[in-house]
Write a protein that binds this ligand. Structure first.
Ligand code: HEC
Ligand code: HEC
Ligand code: HEC
Ligand code: HEC
Ligand code: HEC
Length: 340
């Protein structure tokens, strides 16, 4: 009897250890495996998995089992038909009908009705009616954009399959911060990119708790802007080079991954703005995250754009055509403080 009881309790202990392991990881405690995985995609003879119908934008049963035995796909888990942008600790990047408080990356809700307001990934919307498969500043892709893998942004971009690209990431323990060494230990699962992750994905949109993005004033593969340059190469200072962007004033295209000067109009940008944020050369060591340091901090693609989609033309963070742009600190003039 005794050995058997011992066996049973150690089995329970093992389960507890697995659960404890999960609670330290990106997937939060309180979850059961069955919240996200289904062993046979069958219960009472009916499918367990659900998928988003991209005509009606509602969920329906999915008879085809998913990779890694998942209850839904990337879009399915990260979409909501309600208005909240964090649901059961899951960051929502596509609210199908209405939303409040979009997260830092923006929300695909806006691209649903206007291709020019966002990226058009498969599973959310059809390909961009104007740009098709060609990222401006880069070369035409062989397939429509997707969340992850070789035609996407998240995960290992050398993986052909979206799930292989993410393998292990959701279960990685990133409580010690990210260093880019694996997908799970990269900023927002963007393999190789570093930064500091705001726990509520900037849902509260305040400058006392925000993401810290990595920038670099020389060629470097771990910056957020370098990630964008993987597809939009000519628009990035170091990837595009002198002929595409220039090397100093007068510039040919707007520079990114260069420091704001400590002189002139840039010297007046000292309070970190959620409208036009800056990147940092060392995101883990920023003395005061509410401040901007002209001469040190860096202009990035996300100073002006969101990553997914926004309410504005060309995924901008503000309305470029707004008549009030020049009168308040509402866009370009957050940095160009003397231009109004
Ligand atoms: C909140 C959702 C969620 C929960 C809960 C969850 N998983 Fe996962 N799991 C995922 C996702 C998403 C993937 C696929 C992408 C990835 O690996 O990041 C995955 C992948 C896996 C994989 C394949 C990749 C790897 O790391 O080897 C295994 C095995 C796995 N989960 C086991 C489990 C077990 C066992 C539990 C319960 C203790 C569990 N999962 C709970 C979301 C979840
Ligand atoms: C079964 C549901 C499920 C599926 C499928 C799933 N995710 Fe997630 N994902 C989650 C949850 C839950 C979290 C939040 C984990 C946390 O941060 O606590 C998450 C977090 C993320 C994050 C944010 C990581 C961070 O650092 O904040 C990214 C990016 C992401 N998922 C991408 C993907 C991609 C790409 C796929 C498809 C390959 C995918 N997810 C599939 C449930 C899922
Ligand atoms: C995997 C390739 C890829 C990466 C990485 C990528 N993009 Fe794109 N981007 C595209 C493609 C393809 C299009 C054109 C089709 C579309 O809009 O979906 C595009 C379009 C755009 C547009 C124009 C949108 C429109 O519809 O007119 C902007 C702005 C943009 N990207 C900004 C960014 C930024 C900022 C980043 C980095 C956060 C980035 N992109 C990273 C592939 C990529
Ligand atoms: C995050 C800060 C930031 C934001 C926001 C920003 N810029 Fe810039 N901009 C810079 C920096 C830094 C330079 C490079 C100045 C230098 O050192 O030569 C620059 C350069 C320029 C130049 C080229 C100047 C020259 O001498 O060649 C123009 C034009 C310009 N910006 C316009 C804009 C417009 C229009 C917007 C809004 C759509 C904008 N900028 C938003 C920081 C910013
Ligand atoms: C200073 C602000 C600013 C920065 C920094 C910036 N952009 Fe833009 N971007 C704009 C504006 C404004 C537009 C739309 C109108 C225009 O081109 O003037 C635009 C348009 C685009 C487009 C659409 C082009 C088309 O043909 O439709 C893409 C793609 C794009 N940006 C990608 C990027 C990438 C990638 C980076 C970083 C390497 C970046 N942007 C950095 C302000 C910026």
């Amino acid at each position: 009897m005794k050995p058997k009881k011992y066996f049973v309790s150690s089995f329970i202990l093992l389960l507890l250890l697995v659960a404890a392991g999960a609670s330290r990881a990106a997937v939060k405690s309180g979850y059961h495996c069955s919240d996200c995985h289904t062993m046979h995609n069958s219960q009472d003879g009916r499918p367990v998995a659900t998928e988003l119908n991209t005509s009606t934008y509602t969920f329906e049963a999915d008879t085809t089992p998913n990779q890694f035995l998942l209850v839904s796909d990337c879009t399915g888990c990260h979409t909501s038909t309600g208005s909240s942008t964090i649901v059961n600790d899951t960051p929502i990047v596509f609210n199908t009908f209405t939303l409040v408080d979009p997260l830092a990356g923006g929300n695909y809700y806006y691209v649903k009705s206007d291709d020019s307001k966002g990226h058009n990934p498969a599973g959310i919307t059809s390909q961009d009616s104007v740009l098709g498969l060609t990222p401006p500043g880069g070369t035409t892709m062989a397939a429509q954009l997707r969340c992850a893998g070789q035609y996407g942004c998240h995960g290992d971009r050398s993986a052909g399959n979206e799930y292989t690209a993410l393998k292990g990431a959701h279960h990685a323990d990133d409580s010690g911060g990210v260093d880019g060494s694996s997908v799970g230990l990269s900023y927002r699962f963007l393999k190789g990119v570093v930064g500091k992750e705001d726990p509520d994905w900037e849902q509260d949109n305040i400058n006392t708790s925000h993401n810290e993005y990595k920038g670099s004033t020389g060629p470097s593969a771990d910056t957020i802007s370098y990630l964008c340059s993987r597809c939009h190469g000519n628009f990035h200072t170091w990837t595009g080079g002198a002929s595409a962007v220039g090397t100093s004033s007068p510039w040919l295209r707007h520079p990114t991954d260069i420091a704001l000067k400590a002189s002139g109009e840039y010297a007046n940008y000292t309070t970190y703005s959620m409208t036009a944020p800056v990147a940092r050369p060392d995101p883990d060591n920023v003395p005061d995250t509410t401040r901007v340091r002209p001469g040190t901090d860096i202009v990035m693609c996300l100073s002006c754009h969101r990553a997914h989609a926004s309410p504005y033309y060309k995924i901008l963070r503000w309305d470029y055509k707004s008549p009030t742009l020049s009168t308040a600190l509402s866009g370009c003039n957050v940095c160009h403080t003397s231009k109004n």
